[in-house]
Design a protein around this ligand. Structure first.
Ligand code: SAH
Ligand code: SF4
Length: 347
């Protein structure tokens, strides 16, 4: 018996094409996509306006299985964290961050990560495999149906390097953005990358979502120490590739900057950042280092963080600080998975 394909792998255009090939009416594809992505109803018995022939066809070919929740927890600040089990026994993390008028979902793009940043817990796990587009969409569908919550924003900031998984993340992005489906706007999706220059140079082939660059240092020697990828693509090459990203008017590149005590939080680091970045279209997002058991670095004090932020702002570089969410449930990148493995936490 052949294993059915996941329905969550299909873009709207692909489904429409398949309907045409099978002589099903185009509005059938529209109806099916709406049941799944607008009403979140996967049980075909409830699809009252869909023909028997279409249902029989889909039943035979597609599965609507979602990743299984192995564990989930809620932090004191409302952040929810999920550990999902995939079909091959691997597991990944997803974080739901509620804010006043929005629900942001932080999805994983890979199992593990090959980049090996020294401050990142995922980096210590090594790379296992890329996620399929259906597994990325599955994270959103599982959380949505579990809490009956409409996700308004998606960030590719969970485990993995999304640009290492270019084609599958592109496919997932097309599914997130489909008008007839989830209909997330391009400004509601943010792709975060550690700085893979060849793939940044191909971003014109990717749907035009927000781009965040994990910068973390404005000196090559410090960045290379933190992120081995800087030895392959240094700051000059990275900035040059970023200048080539097709930016619409009024759009920004966000630079993520993990602030680490004594390492990149000095006056000379702020000065170098101001020199390096183009004030017109850059925003700096400071992330105070999230400590985890045995982590090699320390988080600076609140005063130091504010001082650093004010310095950049005073010199005309737009800068905000992202407060760490969910630290009481180990919501930093990759932490839950390792802790759960250690403690055998999940059911
Ligand atoms: N691989 C991509 C996206 C996933 S990481 C990237 O690196 O951009 C998402 C963000 O979490 C990155 O900015 C990363 O640097 C940050 N991060 C990883 N470990 C962290 C830690 N211990 N404390 C704070 N931020 C961390
Ligand atoms: Fe990979 Fe991003 Fe973690 Fe670096 S910070 S190891 S690129 S997930």
């Amino acid at each position: 018996m052949t294993v059915p394909e996941s329905f969550f792998q299909k873009t709207y255009d692909e489904l429409l094409e398949e309907f045409k090939l099978n002589n099903f009416p185009a509005y059938g594809a529209e109806q099916v996509y709406a049941w799944v992505y607008k009403h979140f109803v996967f049980d075909m018995k409830s699809w009252t306006n869909v023909s028997k022939a279409v249902k029989a066809y889909l039943q035979e070919r597609y599965s609507f299985d979602l990743p299984k929740v192995l564990w989930h927890g809620q932090s004191l600040d409302g952040t929810r964290k999920f550990l999902f089990g995939l079909n091959d026994g691997q597991s990944i993390e997803t974080v739901l961050i509620p804010a006043r008028d929005r629900f942001t979902l932080c999805v994983s793009s890979q199992v593990g990560c090959a980049i090996g940043c020294r401050f990142c817990h995922t980096g210590t796990m090594g790379f296992k495999r890329n996620l399929e587009a259906s597994e990325v969409i599955g994270q959103l569908m599982a959380v949505t149906t579990m809490f009956n919550t409409k996700i308004t924003n998606v960030v590719y900031m969970g485990q993995g390097e999304p640009l290492h998984n270019f084609e599958n993340m592109k496919q997932a992005t097309l599914i997130l953005m489909a008008e007839r489906g989830l209909a997330l706007g391009q400004r509601k999706i943010t792709l975060s990358t550690s700085g893979l220059v060849p793939q940044i140079e191909r971003l014109s082939e990717f749907p035009p979502v927000n781009v965040a660059i994990s910068l973390h240092a404005a000196h090559n020697n410090i960045r290379s120490e933190l992120m081995p990828i800087n030895k392959a693509y240094d700051l000059e090459r990275l900035l040059q590739a970023i200048r080539g990203i097709p930016l619409k008017a009024h759009r920004f590149i966000t630079y993520e900057y993990i602030l680490i005590e004594g390492l990149n939080d000095r006056l000379e680091d702020a000065n170098a950042l101001i020199e390096l970045l183009d004030k017109k279209n850059s925003k700096v997002n400071i992330i105070p280092f999230n400590e985890y058991p045995d982590s090699a670095f320390k988080r600076p004090s609140k005063e130091k963080t504010l001082w650093f932020q004010n310095l950049l702002n005073a010199r005309g570089l737009v800068c905000t600080t992202r407060m760490t969410k969910g630290s009481d449930i180990l919501a930093a990148c990759g932490q839950l998975k390792s802790e759960a493995e250690k403690l055998n936490l999940w059911i």
